[in-house]
Design a protein around this ligand. Structure first.
Ligand code: PMP
Length: 292
């Protein structure tokens, strides 16, 4: 893989497009030391960012939730994002907006640390290959639980919370799996390291309530699609035993899109008819719906 800091192209940094290799920050940045950074992951389909305004609004909400001053509007973020996608000629790819507290102040509360914002975009194929998506991925049940909402505002897509997923994912891959499934602090099913969880049972969908997991934008899209298709969708607390009675299991996320799960430990699932219907409808939606 090309190193992320040594590529051609331009990155939007604090209001201007700068050459890719010059988009740098100082080693004493507050965000690096304490995780005071918020970010987004967005996907470009046919040159358009899917649900761009929803992502821009979530970035601003994330900043507010971690008490990070943030002055850019969602419309300004949308415009900057489009400029980055266009400048780099991205037809199908990924966008990473990130905002962090700078090196102006290293104290923990750092009243003088400025908020810096960068937006980068690059062509990025699916996280899991087409073959994997066809047959489903293998998960392990992680020994780590998701960070409880009483510890960190988990609806903030904040860098600090991703230490949890980074450790879990590394262990999962070392164990030969593709990703980790984490339980929440109450022992209920939560989510994978970068995706929400859905179970298919009795022809309908069940997914954890978004109070101990991120309320993913893809999760919301899939719930809407399922309801439009006439499928029942239940948001509930799901104990791990719910996996044993699930007919199909799938993950949803910007990077994962809809990824079927074929295996967790001893449990196995086919890529079933409900998952296939959802994938077909989702693929149509991301190509057709360019409105936010
Ligand atoms: N949960 C976590 C922990 C995530 O990092 C992501 C990716 N942002 C998701 C769920 C899915 O969210 P979205 O559909 O908004 O990408």
């Amino acid at each position: 893989m090309l190193p992320m800091d040594d590529r051609d192209g331009t990155i939007w940094l604090d209001g201007a497009l700068v050459p890719w290799r010059e988009a740098r920050l100082h080693v004493l940045s507050h965000g690096l030391h304490y995780g005071t950074s918020v970010f987004e992951g967005e996907r470009v389909y046919g040159g358009q960012v899917f649900r761009l305004n929803a992502h821009s609004r979530r970035l601003i909400r994330s900043a507010r939730l971690i008490a990070m001053p943030f002055t850019l509007s969602a419309d300004a973020l949308d415009a900057a994002t489009r400029a980055v996608v266009d400048a780099n000629g991205i037809a199908d790819g990924y966008v990473r907006p990130v905002a962090w507290r700078g090196a102006e102040d290293m104290g923990l509360s750092a009243p003088d640390a400025r908020t810096h914002v960068a937006i980068a975009a690059w062509p990025w194929p699916a996280v899991f290959g087409a073959a994997q998506r066809k047959r489903g991925i293998a998960l392990v049940l992680s020994r780590w639980s998701r960070i409880p909402p009483a510890a960190i505002p988990i609806q903030a897509k904040a860098a600090g919370t991703y230490l949890n997923g980074a450790i879990a994912r590394r262990e999962a891959e070392a164990a030969g799996a593709d990703d980790a499934l984490l339980l929440d602090d109450r022992g209920d099913l939560a989510e994978a390291t970068g995706a929400n969880l859905f179970l298919v049972r009795d022809g309908g969908l069940a997914t954890p309530i978004a109070d101990h997991v991120l309320d993913g934008i893809t999760r919301q899209t899939v719930i809407d699609i399922a309801r439009r298709l006439g499928l029942r969708v239940e948001e509930a607390r799901l104990p791990p035993t719910a996996l044993e009675t699930a007919d199909e299991v799938l993950l949803t996320g910007t990077a994962y899109e809809i990824t079927p799960v074929s295996r967790i430990g001893e449990l196995r699932w086919p890529v079933g008819p409900v998952t296939r219907r959802l994938i077909t409808a989702f693929d149509a939606e991301v190509r057709d719906e360019h409105a936010t």
